[in-house]
Design a protein around this ligand. Structure first.
Ligand SMILES: N[C@@H](CCOP(=O)(O)O)C(=O)O
Length: 495
């Protein structure tokens, strides 16, 4: 199977090339030329498999330049008991008999990003060998909180890799920041950027597009790649968990063969919900894809009107991982829904770059409306939902998950569509202790890592071990740069 750039479908690469490259040379996103189909029989075959086996089954259908024994070895290392605190890896919790919650935060950094970033280093390391690459890869990451730590943990001390993470100063939670600045490993770097996530992400994309920098780094024996969801190796493992959740629900008798399941995903960069869309494209009986946003509701407006307009106020919210106005992966959706019309996608992206805005064709708008629903939720409501979920279900959820529960509720009320629904739960509530404690009515908050124990004491829920362990770690990274000086950090790390 080949992968093509969303901006030039003549640019064809193998999976190993696409994964090593991260982003296409023209700034487009590498995307499969065709999507394999999963029959109902295939879903039934997978029903009784472990998560690791399902990952091999699904990923194998996309990665024909990787052997099945390679993928099996990667899956057992990526999703083993030393990495995930539950055997199921991505368990599905029954909330009320018709609403299910896919818990994606049982990995080493307590966020859904682990699902892909425990796998990507294996894929990328193998890809370097397959491509006979002699240079060391330097992974540049922009994060609004979760990707950064998950990528650092995944690539820590991985041979022939370096990793540098940029996060917005004052744009991530205190625990998220502590997770990153205390990162161990000889090949890692972390730096805050003056600005918001969009500034960090745009800065990173600018570095990828800088031919002089690439040449200079090549001279030092390095090339650049990405661990953000612009890299296909990030999106593919995310498709697996939607398929796995559907199989779990069938196995447990909660869904009948072929029964539609709506899926509601809190998303900022659109990678997580795009993975659900791809699972649907492959044949999983997913009904409506419900896109949940916080007050940075650029995606809500886009999916409702067909107009993408990032010219609006950027809010720092209590669900920081979704504080994004330039949503990278939408480009892959546009490519899919235009029938791989790279010229049309190029045109939209050029308008976005120039005016911060584009409007899709009426045909595309209709397709979006049939596939997606969208809504958003502000911080006040987010805290109410956290409080309600705790009081009614004794279920402790994080602010991003709360946004999704609220938007699903809005959708059900507005449409009367009472189909079974799956909510993607993207992070542990312990990553956002202050907001969660506030939602539970606590006003006097402990400082530093003591707040983890405070949330535990208030709820009787134990903090995940990797977060509880933060109190023994020392801060290693305190660098802060203006967005125009990110290049200096790269050159410093790779000197
Ligand atoms: N929500 C992200 C932002 C980057 O998104 P990605 O899916 O492209 O890595 C984060 O937590 O950093």
């Amino acid at each position: 199977m080949y992968y093509v750039s969303t901006r030039n479908k003549e640019d064809r690469r193998t999976a190993a090339q696409a994964i090593a490259q991260g982003l296409a040379a023209d700034g487009g996103l590498m995307t499969p030329e065709v999507f394999p189909k999963l029959s109902q029989n295939a879903l039934e075959t997978m029903r009784d498999m472990s998560y690791q086996q399902r990952a091999v089954y699904v990923m194998g259908s996309f990665l024909d330049d990787f052997t099945s024994s390679e993928l099996s070895a990667f899956a057992s290392r990526a999703y083993g008991p030393d990495k995930f605190d539950v055997k199921a890896v991505a368990p599905v919790r029954d909330v009320d008999g018709n609403t299910y919650c896919l818990e994606l935060w049982h990995g080493p950094t307590c966020a859904f990003k682990d699902m892909a970033l425990q796998m990507l280093p294996h894929l990328l390391s193998a890809a370097l060998v397959k491509n006979q690459e002699e240079k060391t890869v330097c992974i540049l990451v922009a994060t609004s909180g979760d990707t950064g730590k998950a990528a650092l943990e995944g690539f820590k001390d991985v041979e022939k890799t370096r990793i540098l993470v940029f996060y917005p100063k004052d744009g991530v939670s205190a625990i998220q920041q502590l997770q990153m600045v205390t990162q161990e490993g000889e090949n890692v770097g972390v730096c805050s950027v003056v600005g918001n996530f969009d500034d960090a992400q745009t800065g990173v994309k600018r570095l990828f597009a800088d031919p002089a920098l690439r040449e200079q780094l090549a001279g030092r024996g390095f090339f650049l790649s990405s661990a953000n969801s612009i890299n296909w190796g990030r999106v593919l493992p995310q498709i697996v968990y939607y398929i796995s959740a559907y199989c779990d629900l069938m196995r447990d008798g909660k869904l009948q063969k072929g029964e539609a399941l709506n899926v509601c995903v809190p998303t900022g960069n659109f990678g997580n919900i795009l993975a659900a869309y791809y699972a649907k494209t492959m044949g999983v009986p997913i009904g409506k894809l419900i896109c949940a946003s916080n007050s940075n509701n650029v995606l809500t407006d886009f999916l409702r009107t067909g107009v993408y307009d990032r010219n609006r106020t950027f809010y720092n919210t209590m669900s920081p991982s979704m504080d994004i106005l330039i949503s990278s992966n939408l480009e892959r959706l546009l490519f899919a829904l235009t029938g791989h019309d790279d010229a049309e996608v190029r045109d939209y992206m050029a308008q976005l770059n120039q005016d911060g805005r584009y409007e899709v064709s009426p045909v595309l708008r209709d397709k979006l409306g049939k596939l997606f629903a969208a809504g958003y939720c502000d911080d006040t409501r987010t805290q109410q939902v956290i409080g309600r979920m705790w009081n009614e279900h004794k279920y402790l959820i994080d602010p991003h998950t709360a946004v999704a529960f609220e938007v699903l509720d809005q959708y059900r009320k507005e449409t009367g569509d009472a189909s079974p629904a799956l909510v993607a739960s993207t992070a542990s509530p312990f990553k956002f202790c202050d907001s969660v404690l506030g939602a539970l009515g606590v006003t006097e908050l402990e400082q530093g890592t003591a707040i983890l124990e405070q949330l535990s004491a208030r709820t009787g829920v134990a903090a995940p071990a990797p977060l509880a362990g933060l109190k023994d770690k020392s801060v290693r990274f305190a660098q802060n740069v203006e967005k125009d000086h990110m290049v200096d950090q790269v050159l410093e790390l790779l000197k």
